[in-house]
Design a protein around this ligand. Structure first.
Ligand code: GLN
Length: 304
């Protein structure tokens, strides 16, 4: 498969698509981003890379961080997690409150905001220094020490995150948040504000391509069964109320963030990260989704 040739074609075609959508302005600090940046990077299991665009430019990973938080918690807690958070698609926006009340404060899945808050609550119980340990974990997966959080973005979210505050308070009232809500929110915003490039992201998702094994030193991060389950959750819940559309058009497990990044994995083949800040109405990168659809259509390879 000549991935670079296909990626070159994608890069030419993507330029002809008029940009739609807008950057995530509900987080004031993210509204400042230049919308015209674009990057795509494929990391293969044979350790080959194919790319185009601003591939070393770091951006806010936002909800992509929910995959790292879940992985860290799942490594420690196994089946215990699933009494506190479900594994069903929500069919609702990432910050929706509606299901939470009638489902007794148990979020549908770990990839909506409420679900990630529960996962972080669990990590706050388990880890001595959750922020540092999560950052170290991400650096290890990406094989890059030069990954940091953005204080301005984290503070901007904290100032305006009224819906997240509402969700965590509601869950606390049902007894599904054990720690102080401000402590959990603080770790949540820290994690969302971590900045990575498409190269960092595709490398860090290689464990989901490689049955839970880190490529750089062949150590096992998670067993195959857990890796399968995280991939299944990315497939069914990674794009909120657009998870069906992403499966239909792209056909790979993946996760998006409102910073405009998307990472998708083809188990046993490659991880691909794409970045274009303007988002569609569901909060997923408009051109990012188009580029991934082109990639799996042109390669005629997806998990289906
Ligand atoms: N930090 C964002 C929020 O809490 C994450 C949302 C996302 O990337 N979908 O709203």
């Amino acid at each position: 498969m000549d991935y670079q040739k296909i990626i070159n074609e994608v890069s030419e075609e993507i330029k002809t698509i008029p940009q739609e959508g807008s950057v995530a302005d509900y987080i004031p600090e993210l509204a400042k981003i230049n919308p015209n940046q674009f990057a795509l990077h494929v990391q293969s299991l044979e350790n080959k890379c194919y790319s185009f665009g601003d591939i070393n430019q770091k951006f806010s990973i936002q909800s992509i961080s929910k995959v790292f938080a879940l992985t860290k918690a799942y490594m420690i807690h196994s089946g215990k997690l699933w009494t506190r958070v479900g594994v069903e698609p929500s069919g609702n926006p990432f910050n929706s409150l509606v299901q939470l009340e009638y489902e007794n404060g148990i979020p549908r899945n770990p990839f909506i905001n409420a679900g990630a808050l529960v996962i972080i609550d669990i990590l706050c119980d388990t880890l001595e220094n959750p922020k540092q340990e999560l950052l170290d974990f991400i650096r290890k997966l990406a094989g890059n020490e030069d990954i940091h959080f953005n204080k301005k973005v984290a503070e901007s979210e904290k100032r305006t995150g009224f819906k997240n505050a509402a969700q965590i308070n509601l869950m606390k009232s049902f007894g599904n948040i054990k720690n102080d809500i401000n402590e959990v929110l603080d770790v949540y915003y820290y994690l969302c504000s971590i900045e990575m490039s498409v190269v960092d992201l595709s490398k860090s998702f290689m464990i989901f391509v490689n049955h839970g094994i880190l490529m750089s030193d062949n150590t096992r991060i998670m067993n195959s069964s857990k890796t399968k389950r995280v991939n299944a959750l990315m497939q069914t819940c990674g794009f909120y109320d657009e998870a069906g559309e992403f499966s239909f058009k792209v056909g790979l497990p993946g996760k998006s963030g409102v910073g405009g990044g998307i990472v998708a994995v083809h188990p046993e083949k490659y991880a691909v990260a794409v970045w274009s800040p303007p988002l569609n109405k569901k909060g997923n990168s408009y051109l990012g989704m188009k580029a991934l659809e082109m990639l799996t259509t042109k390669t005629e390879l997806s998990i289906f």
